[in-house]
Design a protein around this ligand. Structure first.
Ligand code: ATP
Ligand code: FE2
Length: 331
């Protein structure tokens, strides 16, 4: 029996999750939101600082967990906003000292990916669509390889930026999804797929110009934005399926909450006889259960660190830098 506590603090969300033998016992989180304007890293870090103790107590309560039974503390090491990551690592080290348990440093993006195991996907192409990241990933020879990605900004940040320009607070994605449902007219937007990569900043500029001109209905713009940008993502994901010969698509990251994106992925998969997987919403946006979940897999493969001085945050860590030794062991 293994009990792993996970801590998530890479950006807007502070969360504590507990996983026991691959089962999520609790997953508590609070997110920093704004009425207007984007995320300010220092403010998000202060938010984490003032909420972490309560979230910890609530997570133990909800899962009915005795903290003495925790075997290790997993935390998001990166990538993310440095001030936010620092709150997470400080709390992880405090707990590690108090409970005398080792730390497990977890890559946030790979946690978004590995939580897909709960859906029973075996060897998928993953479309990872979140705030800061947009990548097409698959496991090959010891690492999660990035087959394609955004050449500029992540799709969630792109949508949030568009929303902010239209006077909508953070996060903008869920509001834009609702507006898009009311959109009736498709407005032509640039379509930017370059091989396996996508480019979003030119489309953002185009959308901002259209908003400024006041000639277009916001609902129509939201609808057209989703149709265009999601089609770009689905096209690259489909190309990755074709190139690799894999026949499973796993959708993950916060933007995966969007029903239209899910629907478009499902249609593509159906057309080419591939299986579609998507974890439940509470495991898509940033959450600590996914950190604990991957932490447990890593712990079982022998990854743990008792020397706290050896561990630091890695704000720019990339998905393909991580040695995925736990996967090699299970193959
Ligand atoms: P990363 O994982 O790349 O570090 P992140 O941690 O900020 O980024 P997540 O929490 O995985 O990202 O996702 C947050 C993003 O998901 C935000 O940009 C938000 O607008 C977007 N999002 C959430 N719900 C929806 C939705 N229904 N439609 C579109 N976007 C959405
Ligand atoms: Fe994330």
């Amino acid at each position: 029996m293994t009990i792993i506590l996970g801590i998530e603090s890479t950006a807007h969300t502070f969360g504590i999750g507990v996983v026991k033998n691959g089962k999520v016992l609790s997953n508590v989180k609070r997110s920093y939101v704004t009425e207007k304007g984007g995320i300010i890293p220092i403010e998000a870090a202060e938010f984490h600082q003032s909420n972490k103790k309560e979230i910890y107590v609530e997570a133990l309560d909800k899962g009915d967990i005795d903290e003495k039974k925790i075997d290790a503390i997993a935390f998001s090491q990166g990538p993310g906003l440095a001030p936010c990551l620092l709150e997470g690592i400080r709390f992880a080290k405090e707990l590690s000292k108090k409970l005398r348990k080792p730390l497990i440093p977890v890559n946030h993006c790979i946690a978004h990916l590995e939580i897909g195991r709960l859906t029973n996907a075996k060897d998928p192409i993953m479309l990872y669509a979140s705030g800061a990241n947009t990548q097409i990933i698959a496991y090959e020879a010891g690492k999660y390889r990035v087959f394609g990605e955004t050449l500029d900004i992540g799709v969630g940040n792109f949508i949030d930026n568009f929303a902010r320009y239209a006077g909508i607070g953070f996060p903008g994605g869920p509001v834009i999804e609702k507006l898009a449902l009311e959109g009736k007219n498709y407005i032509e937007l640039p379509y930017k797929v370059k091989g396996m990569d996508v480019a979003l900043s030119g489309i953002l500029t185009n959308l901002k110009q259209k908003l400024e001109s006041k000639k277009y209905d916001l609902n129509d713009l939201a609808f057209s934005m989703q149709e265009t940008v999601f089609a770009m993502l689905v096209e690259t994901a489909e190309r990755a399926l074709a190139h690799t010969g894999k026949n499973e698509l796993l959708l993950g990251g916060g933007v995966a909450c969007n029903s239209r994106l899910q629907e478009m992925c499902k249609i593509m998969c159906k057309e080419r006889g591939a299986k579609f997987f998507c974890p439940e919403k509470s495991l898509l946006v940033d959450n600590a259960a996914m950190i604990a979940f991957l932490g447990e897999i890593m712990f079982k493969s022998g990854i743990k660190e008792k020397n706290l001085d050896k561990i630091d945050i890695m704000p720019r860590q990339r998905t393909d830098e991580v040695n995925v030794i736990w996967k090699k062991q299970s193959l």
